[in-house]
Every structure is written in structure tokens, then in C-alpha cells.
Design a protein around this ligand. Sequence first.
Ligand code: CS2
Ligand code: MN
Length: 350
Amino acid sequence: MKMTFRWYGDNDPIPIEYIAQIPLMDGIVSAVYDVPPGKVWSSESILKIKNAAEKHGLTFEVVESVPVHEDIKLGKKSRDEYIEVYQENIRRLGKAGVKVICYNFMPVFDWLRSQLDYKNPDGSTSLVYRQEQILKMDPKTGDLSLPGWDASYTKEDLVALLDEYKSVDHEVLFKNLKYFLDAVIPVCEEYDVKMAIHPDDPPFDIFGLPRIITDEANLDRFLSLYDSPYNGLTLCTGSLGAGRKNDIPKLLRKYCEMGRVHFVHARNIKLIGDCDFNETAHPSKYGSLDMYEIMKILYDTHFDGYIRPDHGRMIWGETGKPGYGLYDRALGAVYLSGLYEAIQKSANLK
Ligand code: CS2
Ligand code: MN
């Protein structure tokens, strides 16, 4: 298992040096951020990230994300040219030593929360999801925006794009995903780069848009679309865990045993009622997920991929990109590494 930390490059308020100072940190997870979806990443930009990492004793072996152009998800004619670009990015990343690409196949929007600065009783702030508030939001006004989303749409673009999705239901989306995988996985096999799809966050339809990477049946279906170890998963415990029927330890064990988990996002969340949740500090005590059990499964299944702490709270007066501050994620990383050492050592004593 390799512990990693997401870094947004030179625009990240967190210097890479600080990441290197986190105990037991192996590498960074990053991406080329100044190129819109559907464009080739220059080898110079890729190597710049790699060199920055190596200068600080860190690896750069995981990319999050190479975004999938909407035309691919929509299955438009123009998808072929965007798929060619994606293939070229895989080749370039593979040549630079990248081993895993995290991506998602969510129409239009990435992760969705109703509030980014919910105040916890201890004064820290968290990202939270409240269904009642989400139902009041109307993406058609074009005014919605969250930091994880592609900000390049104008209001008009967004309305037009949402309109195009009217003919895309779950079945069509699965078909378009298969078309994409059929084209990219052979390139991944050749260049030894593993694709790791991120679950939809939250794992259910939003704003009438279909979401398909949501539960066990759909994950099984996804993996069978292209039966290769290069077609794998980012198991994000918090994203999948927001689905009330998803038994995270069971799913993690199953897909790790199949060798199809390449990247783990270890996020804890506290489930509230039927749909709502708060993102919490990583330790088991604060959320609905047992992080010890999760780390134990990674140990038991000889997981040799990458893991990172996921969204953290804002603590100690820090300001910055919601979910991606330094302090709480660093505490999360060290907590997860600590659990792992304890599990490993107690297993060796037996
Ligand atoms: C991330 C996602 O911040 C997050 O929640 O997990 O934005 C993730 O990077 C993408 O969905 C993966 O493509
Ligand atoms: Mn995640």
C-alpha cells in the first residue's frame, strides 16, 4: 500500500514541500490543471509535476483526474476525436511513469454538496449534503457552481448541455461507457496504466441526470464491460458509503480480492436520516465507517495500490479549497498509516 496526497500543482496554496513533511507520505496525486477536458496534456507539464514530486522525495504515479469530455458521455459523433486525445494522454502519462488514472463518468457535474462550510460544534467546518436543500437547487438557472466542477461553462452552455442529456438514460450511459473502455483499455494494457473509475458522489441520480457508478450491481456490471485488470476502481469509501445499501467493507473486500481496486479514497462520513450526510474527521469514532476495518481489509487482501485521505475538514483557522486543506487531511493520512502499522505488526506477532 502506498500513501498519497492530492496536490493541485503550483496553484495549490499548499506547497509540495509541506506534503513531503507529512510522516509516511509516499507520493502525490495530481493532474495538469490548465488544459480543458478533451485536450492533450503536454509532456512538459506532466514532467514538471513528476520533477516537483521527485525533488521532494515523493512519487507521482497517480493522476486524478483525466476528465472525460461530455461528448464521450453523451455518445456524440465527435466522441472519437476526444477518445483519441484520451488515448494520447494515457500514452504520455504511461511514459512518464504514471501507473493509475482516476476518472469519473458523471454527467455534467462532479461531486455535489449543499454546503461547503457547515460549522461543526468544535468550530471546524465540513462539507455536508442535505437533500432538502439540493431539491431546491435548479441547475438550469446556471448559477450553481462547486469547486470540483468544470467552471468553464457559460450559463447558456450549461442549459444546452443539460438539454442534450434528456436522451441519455442509465442504459445509454452504460453503452457510452463501454464504447469508451473498448477504446482506452487496450492502450492502458500496452502502456501499463490502470484506469480506476471514481464512484458517483453521491451515488444516486441528481437533477434528473443518470448516475451509474453507484452500487454493487452497477459496479459488477461496470467491471464486466471490459474484463481486464486495467479496467478497475477507485474505491471512495465516502462516496459509495453515502448509498445506504452499500456495505463498504464487503464491497472493498470483494473488489480487492478480484484485483480490481487500484486506488482507495479513505473518507469518513456520518450518515443522517435517509439521504443526508456530513463529512467528518477520518477516525472511525466520528463517522459511520469503521476505518480500522477498511485498513484491515487492505492488509488482508495484500492491497498494493495507492490510498489517499479524502476530503478533510477545515481546522486550526485554515482557509482554502473546500475539502482540500492541509491539516485535517494530513492528520487523516497519518491516522490511516498508523492503523496500518498496528494491523501489520499485530499480524506478524501471531
Ligand atoms: C474527488 C472528485 O474531490 C473529490 O471528491 O474525489 O472530485 C474526484 O477527483 C473525481 O470525481 C474523480 O474524477
Ligand atoms: Mn473520492
